[in-house]
Every structure is written in structure tokens, then in C-alpha cells.
Design a protein around this ligand. Structure first.
Ligand code: NCD
Length: 335
């Protein structure tokens, strides 16, 4: 594997390898000197055609902690706003010697396009393409859940998957690359995923996804999920009205104070709450829920750095990933 474009085509062995490597990286992030020499002399370009806070900072921190040189390229203020094409931009990056390109783009498929042409020879990491995929977000979510549950069980998390865990993903699935990447990855890792959304915010063909679809958030809570992942209402991607009013949305599909209190009433002491950020407080999640002890939101951000370090390391350090992943596949199919 030369690139990380999606979780749809990520094998269980590759996913666990990334999570296990992230575990090692997180030990570095806990040290006083948070730095490894692993990618010294390598250049990572963050190519962001869409706004981002967490993801861009996270990739930057990850590359720097591995001692890579980092170039941040934001489309605003660059020649892209003068009409330069993705191809010309990519070829410029190739000419300056980028070893990895982390790309976020409003068009679904942009990362794939960059990786499958001969414009560049760098490894491509998809940091979110339109409404399609956001693989490192799903990996950091899986990492957060795996760690949390291992800690509860008092067992090491290395090598394990999420078998049997019930994860409920709620909100604007239609526009969410986070939801898509999570459905593929979490099910690859053995979790049972339920999507809860208004019918207007579910994509066509969702019945063919490897998950359950529901419309009633309260019923989904009665099913006692181990984790609830709230999605942002992505107003910037909406070109029509998808629900009657924000009040109606938060009443039916938001994790407000009353619904949050039901988790305790039902005795769901260990159910955790995730959100990829940025959160729209008061719409999809209340502050009580977001700032509660169940909330993993800041842990997700911290874990994101470890997961992105693992991805950059595995893709860039002497091509090891390609060889070992092939060996792991061979072993898996032989067994
Ligand atoms: C998500 C994204 O950009 O897809 N955010 C993120 O990367 N942390 C989710 C969102 O914008 O709602």
C-alpha cells in the first residue's frame, strides 16, 4: 500500500497495524521530548483546499514529531485562487520534492485522482475529499474506542479489534465523509454500526451499507450502544432545506440534556460520546454532553496526532509498510 485514500479498501490486518503503530507513537507523545528522528530529511506537504482546524494542525504536529519538513499549502492566497489546476499544483509539489502529500479537497475523489495519475510520485494521504472519505478520522475514532475499552477491561489494546461493540452514528450522514469512513472501518474491525438520521439526510443506497439504519434516536439509545458518535450538521454542503427547523432537528436528532440524562437512567455507565469536531453546540450536541466525563472529544484530537504519525511513518519509512502489509495479507489468506 503506497497511499491512504479510504477505509473502504483497508484490510483488517492493515487497520490493526496502523492502530498498533499509533499505540507506539502515543508513547512518544506522552514523553517530555515529543520527537522521533524517523522521517528526518523527508518533506510532507499539507495541501488544503478546504477549511480545517483540527486535521491540518494534527497532520502538521504528526509530521514535525517525526522530524519531517512540513510545508503548509492553503488554497486561499495561493495560485489556486488564480485558477491553477490540481495538476499544475501537484507538479509544483513534485518539483520541490514532496515525499508525502496530505490533501483535503471539496471534490469527492480528489485524493484518488492525485494518487492514480503520474503527476506526482509522493505518497498521498486523504484528509477528507468532499462527502466521500476521511480515513484518518475513522482510524483515530477506532483507536480512541479500542483504547477506552481495553482500559475498562484492564487489558492491553495492541492487536485487538472492536468485535461485538455497538456504535451508533447520528446526524447528517448524507454529507459526512466521517460517517462513511467509520462505517467501513468499524465494520472491518468487527463492530456493529447503526446510523440514525432524518430520512432526508441519508444517502441513496445506504441500505446496501454494512450497517443498520434507524430514524428514531431514542429507540437507538434503548438498544444500549457502547458508543454514540454525533455528526456535525454540515450546512455548508446543503443546497436545500433538509429538515423543518433547527429546533426540530435538535429535538429529534440532537444529543440534548434530556437524552443525555437517559444514558444514566438506563444504566449505561460506560457508553461514550464522540464527535469529530467542529461541534455546533446546541444543535447536534448540548454543552452538558460535550463537556461530560463520557465525552471523548478532546481525546480524539490528541489521539489524532498519534494515528497520523503512524500513517506517515508506515507510508514513508523505507517502504516497510508495503512489504509487511503484503506479508500480512499472505498470512491472513493462508490461515
Ligand atoms: C470533519 C470533516 O472535515 O470532515 N471534521 C474533521 O476533520 N475533524 C467533520 C466536519 O467537518 O463536520
Amino acid at each position: 500500500m503506497r497511499h491512504l485514500l479510504s477505509t473502504h479498501d483497508l484490510s483488517r490486518a492493515d487497520a490493526i497495524r496502523i492502530l498498533d503503530t499509533a499505540e507506539e507513537m502515543s508513547a512518544v507523545n506522552d514523553r517530555e521530548v515529543k520527537k522521533l528522528p524517523a522521517l528526518r530529511g523527508r518533506t510532507v506537504v499539507n495541501l488544503f483546499f478546504e477549511d480545517s482546524t483540527r486535521t491540518r494542525i494534527s497532520f502538521e504536529a504528526a509530521a514535525k514529531r517525526l522530524s519531517a519538513d512540513v510545508i503548509n499549502f492553503a488554497a486561499k492566497g495561493s495560485s489556486v485562487s488564480k485558477g491553477e489546476s490540481l495538476k499544475d499544483t501537484a507538479q509544483t509539489l513534485e518539483a520541490i520534492g514532496a515525499d508525502a502529500v496530505v490533501i483535503r479537497h471539496p471534490a469527492s475523489g480528489a485524493a484518488q485522482r492525485l494518487a492514480t495519475t503520474d503527476w506526482i510520485s509522493a505518497a498521498v494521504v486523504n484528509a477528507g475529499d468532499g462527502t466521500h472519505e476521511h480515513p484518518t478520522q475513522a482510524l483515530l475514532d477506532a483507536f480512541t474506542l479500542r483504547r477506552h475499552w481495553a482500559k475498562l477491561a484492564g487489558t492491553p489494546s495492541g492487536g485487538t479489534d472492536l468485535a461485538g461493540a455497538k456504535v451508533t452514528i447520528v446526524g447528517d450522514v448524507l454529507h459526512s465523509r466521517v460517517a462513511r469512513s467509520n462505517v467501513w472501518l468499524l465494520t472491518t474491525l468487527g463492530a456493529q454500526v447503526t446510523l440514525v438520521a432524518p430520512p432526508t439526510l441519508l444517502p441513496i443506497g445506504v441500505e446496501h451499507w454494512p450497517c443498520t439504519v434507524a430514524y428514531d434516536f431514542d429507540e437507538a439509545i434503548d438498544a444500549k450502544p457502547d458508543a454514540i458518535m454525533m455528526l456535525r450538521v454540515q450546512a455548508e454542503r446543503m443546497n436545500a432545506s433538509y429538515f423543518p427547523s433547527t429546533g426540530e432537528y435538535s429535538r429529534r436528532w440532537g444529543l440534548g440534556d434530556e437524552r443525555f440524562a437517559r444514558l444514566a437512567e438506563l444504566g449505561l455507565a460506560d457508553t461514550v460520546i464522540l464527535h469529530p469536531g467542529p461541534m455546533v453546540r446546541g444543535l447536534e450536541i448540548s454543552s452538558t454532553a460535550a463537556d461530560s466525563a463520557r465525552s471523548q472529544v478532546l481525546r480524539q484530537v490528541a489521539n489524532g496526532v498519534s494515528v497520523r504519525m503512524a500513517v506517515l511513518y508506515l507510508l514513508l519509512s523505507s517502504g516497510l509498510y508495503a512489504q509487511d502489509a503484503t506479508a500480512a495479507h499472505a498470512k491472513e489468506s493462508a490461515s
